[in-house]
Design a protein around this ligand. Structure first.
Ligand SMILES: [Zn+2]
Length: 279
């Protein structure tokens, strides 16, 4: 009996250690990588590829190109609202990104944070131009220069009060990155983003990028510079491993893609593309 008890204890210990290692939110980054460690095929990228995908930079210098608008925009009517409210019934969102948001809202609900209100989603260029006239340049961007024009961003409030003070705002700040979202305009980065602190504006970039940005305290502008500098990097997060490669357009229209792994190609909306392989 003693032996059996010891074995059970050992198994429990090993399983716990495994779970701590692989299920924790710790992100491991290795920057000195060269070459994808597997079979690859060559693909030629087009100029259009620079302007579409989840990592496109959209700011006063880089407007949304037509190919940068998500192709799954629809009026938001989820089957299960999971405690999330809408400011009005006209809100439009990318179907895939709203699904990620609802998964995140469910996670927040488990933490007792369940008073989210979606106040804005996708906005067409005309609606953005109108908003810019109303709000002014410190709080809004001209038509075509807002992340809302791409469908990649949404504004999220709390029915409990201002996001800067509400538990919803705190939760987003601490946890959104685990779900592929970033707080796009943080308080300590206004000189880089050119936009005042907006605790309500979240932007989807996807994993592992949101985790890397959180780890380094980078806003998107800084992160894209970093990826461009690194050219290749490896990251692991929640038991998944990723290999990230940056390709400048023009120098390199030929990119390497893995034969037997999932991958995502996204432009940076400046002059390159980033390939993220899930290993
Ligand atoms: Zn916004």
């Amino acid at each position: 009996m003693k032996k059996v008890g010891l074995i059970i204890l050992l198994v429990v210990g090993i399983v716990t250690a495994f779970m701590i290692t692989f299920m924790s939110n710790e992100i491991v980054i290795e920057e000195d990588k060269s070459g994808f460690p597997g079979d690859t095929d060559v693909k030629t990228i087009q100029e259009d590829d620079i302007h579409k995908g989840n990592l496109v930079l959209i700011n006063e210098n880089y407007p949304v190109e037509k190919e940068g608008v998500k192709n799954d925009i629809q009026t938001f009517h989820p089957e299960d609202f999971k405690g999330v409210q809408l400011l009005d019934q006209e809100i439009q969102l990318s179907q895939s990104i709203s699904q990620k948001f609802m998964d995140m809202a469910e996670d927040a609900q488990h933490d007792g944070v369940d008073s989210f209100t979606i106040t804005s989603g996708y906005r067409g260029i005309e609606a953005q131009t109108l908003l810019f006239k109303e709000m002014g340049e410190d709080y809004a961007l001209p038509g075509g220069y807002s992340e809302h024009n791409s469908g990649l961003a949404m504004d999220v409030g709390s029915t409990e009060g201002l996001m800067a003070n509400a538990s919803e705002g705190k939760w987003i700040e601490d946890n959104a990155w685990k779900h592929g979202f970033i707080l796009r305009y943080p308080e300590n980065k206004t000189s880089i983003t050119g936009i005042e602190y907006e605790p309500w504006h979240i932007r989807y970039v996807g994993l592992p990028h949101s985790a890397l940005m959180y780890e380094h305290d980078f806003v998107l502008e800084e992160y894209l510079d970093y990826v461009k500098d690194q050219k290749e990097l490896y990251a692991s997060f929640e038991g998944k491993e990723y290999f990230i490669t940056y390709y400048p357009y023009g120098e390199n229209q030929q990119i390497e893609l893995p034969v037997d792994h999932e991958y995502m190609i996204t432009g940076d909306n400046m002059n390159g593309v980033i390939v993220t392989v899930t290993m």
